[in-house]
Design a protein around this ligand. Structure first.
Ligand code: GLU
Length: 445
C-alpha cells in the first residue's frame, strides 16, 4: 500500500489482533481502495476516521452451554461484534459454523459496515455467531442451543440497538427458536431479528433476497457489456439459501445453471440444474448436494473442490470466504468467463480478485453484489415498525431498485476516484464516504 498513513492504520490492526488473517484481509482490501479518498480529503486523517472505523465499537464474547440428546453438557463460544452504529442500529447476521472465531466475525462485521451503507438504508454494521455446527443435530438440540445462545444475547440487542439475522447455519428454524426465546425473556414483541417466518413479522422476498440480489447486480454488470443472462452458462458454488435463489433468478432470466456444490464436492448437470429437486433435498430433507445424482441420472458428482474448472460465461461464488483462489480465477478466465458476482462474503482471495480485474472480467465484490439480503432485512425492519406487510411484488421492486442503485454508485465512485470499471474500489469508496461523513459530523465518539 502506497500511503504511509493507511499503512500505519493496518499495522495497528495487525498488532492489536495478531493472527486474525481473514480480518486483516478484509481491512487491507478496503484500505487499499481508500488511498485516493484519503489523499483528496485530509480532514479524514485529522479526525482519525480510519483509526476509529477499523476498531469495533463493542465486542461481546460469551459461553453457550446446552445439553445434547444423550444428556451430555456441551459448551460453545458465542459472540456478537457491534462494529459501527454511525448509520443506524448494528445490523448483520449470525453464523453458526465450526469455523467461527473472532477473525471471521470481525471480517464479516467490518464488511457489513460498508455493505449496509451501500444499501442506502439506515443500518450500522455488526455480525455474530457461534462455533456450533447445526449439521447432524436434532431439531431439539438446535432449539436448546438457540435458546441458550439467546439467553445471553438478548441483554445486548433490541429493535433500535442491534438487529441480528441469519447467515451460514442460521435459517428460518434457528431464527424462529431465537425469536421465541427473546420474546419470552424480554416480554416484548418487536422486530429484533430479521429473516423471521412470514406468520410472525417476516418479509416476503427475504428468503430469496441475497440470491436474487446477486443476480440483479450481475445483470447490471452484463448490461454494461451490452449483454444479459439469456443463453449464458452459469456456475454457482454452494447450495444453501444464497445459491438456491441465485439459481432461481438466473434461470428466470434465461441462464442455464449447470453446477452447484457443498463442502464435500460438486454436481454437474449439463442439462441444467432441476431446482425443485435441489430445494427438496436442501430445504426439506437437509441432505448433501451429492444426493442429487441419485435422482438425475445425467448429472455427475465429483468429490472435493474443482467446481471452477467447469467452463462457464458467468460464475457466482455463493458458498463461503476464500473458496475461489488465484488458480481458480485463471482457469475461469482461460475458459472465457465474462462476469463474476459474489453471493458469499469475500469468496475470492486477493489473488483471484487481481486476476479478474487484470483480465477485465466484470467483477462484483460481495459487499455490493450480496447486499440484497441485508437490504431486504432493512425492508423487513421498516414493515415491522409500520406493523404492515408489503406484497411480494413491492418488496421485489424495492430490492431490484436498491441493487441497481448499488451498482451505479459503485461504478460512479470508481470513475470519480480514477479506477473506472473497478467495482471493488467503487463499492469500498461509496460505502465508506457516507459512514465517514456521519462520523465526522457526530464528533469524536
Ligand atoms: N448474513 C447476511 C449478510 O451477510 C444478511 C445480514 C442481515 O440480513 O442482517 O449480509
Amino acid at each position: 500500500m502506497s500511503n504511509p498513513y493507511l499503512c500505519s492504520v493496518l499495522e495497528t490492526v495487525k498488532r492489536r489482533y495478531p493472527g486474525e488473517s481473514e480480518f486483516h484481509q478484509a481491512v487491507t482490501e478496503v484500505l487499499e481502495s481508500l488511498v485516493p479518498v484519503i489523499e483528496r480529503n485530509k480532514d479524514l486523517q485529522e479526525a482519525a476516521i480510519l483509526e476509529r472505523i477499523v476498531e469495533p465499537e463493542r465486542q461481546i464474547i460469551f459461553r453457550v452451554p446446552w445439553v445434547d440428546d444423550k444428556g451430555k453438557v456441551q459448551v460453545n463460544r458465542g459472540m456478537r461484534i457491534e462494529y459501527n452504529s454511525a448509520l443506524g442500529p448494528y445490523k448483520g447476521g449470525l453464523r453458526f459454523h465450526p469455523s467461527v472465531n473472532t477473525s471471521i466475525i470481525k471480517f464479516l462485521g467490518f464488511e457489513q459496515i460498508f455493505k449496509n451503507s451501500l444499501t442506502g438504508l439506515m443500518m450500522g454494521g455488526g455480525k455474530g455467531g457461534a462455533d456450533f455446527d447445526p449439521k447432524g443435530k436434532s431439531d431439539n438440540e438446535v432449539m436448546r442451543f438457540c435458546q441458550s445462545f439467546m439467553t445471553e444475547l438478548q441483554r445486548h440487542i433490541d429493535a433500535d440497538t442491534d438487529v441480528p439475522a441469519g447467515d451460514i447455519g442460521v435459517g428460518a428454524r434457528e431464527i424462529g427458536y431465537m425469536f421465541g426465546q427473546y420474546r419470552r425473556i424480554r416480554n416484548v414483541w418487536h422486530g429484533v431479528l430479521t429473516g423471521k417466518g412470514l406468520d410472525y413479522g417476516g418479509s416476503l422476498v427475504r428468503t430469496e433476497a441475497t440470491g436474487y440480489g446477486c443476480v440483479y447486480f450481475c445483470d447490471e454488470m452484463l448490461k454494461d457489456k451490452k449483454t444479459s443472462f439469456e443463453g449464458k452458462t452459469v456456475v454457482i458454488s454452494g447450495s444453501g439459501n444464497v445459491a438456491i435463489y441465485a439459481v432461481e433468478k438466473a434461470q428466470q432470466l434465461g441462464g442455464k445453471v449447470v453446477a452447484l456444490s457443498d463442502s464435500n464436492g460438486y454436481i454437474y448437470d449439463p442439462d441444467g440444474i432441476k431446482l425443485d429437486i435441489v430445494k427438496r433435498l436442501k430445504e426439506v430433507e437437509r441432505k448433501r448436494i451429492g444426493e442429487y445424482v441419485k435422482e438425475v441420472k445425467t448429472a455427475k458428482y465429483t468429490e472435493g473442490k474443482g467446481i471452477w474448472t467447469i467452463p462457464c460465461d458467468i460464475a457466482l461464488p455463493c458458498a463461503t470466504q476464500n473458496e475461489l483462489d488465484g488458480n481458480d480465477a485463471k482457469t475461469l478466465v482461460k475458459n472465457g468467463v465474462i462476469a463474476v458476482a459474489e453471493g458469499a462474503n469475500m469468496p475470492s482471495t486477493p489473488d483471484a480478485v487481481k486476476v479478474f480485474l487484470e483480465a477485465k472480467t466484470s467483477f462484483g465484490p460481495g459487499k455490493a453484489a450480496n447486499a440484497g439480503g441485508v437490504a431486504t432485512s432493512g425492508l423487513e425492519m421498516a414493515q415491522n415498525s409500520q406493523r404492515l406487510a408489503w406484497s411480494f411484488e413491492e418488496v421485489d421492486r424495492k430490492l431490484h431498485a436498491i441493487m441497481v442503485n448499488i451498482h451505479d454508485s459503485a461504478k460512479a465512485a470508481a470513475e470519480e476516484y480514477g479506477t473506472p470499471g473497478n467495482l471493488v474500489n467503487g463499492a469500498n469508496i461509496a460505502g465508506f464516504v457516507k459512514v465517514a461523513n456521519v462520523m465526522k459530523s457526530n464528533g469524536v465518539i
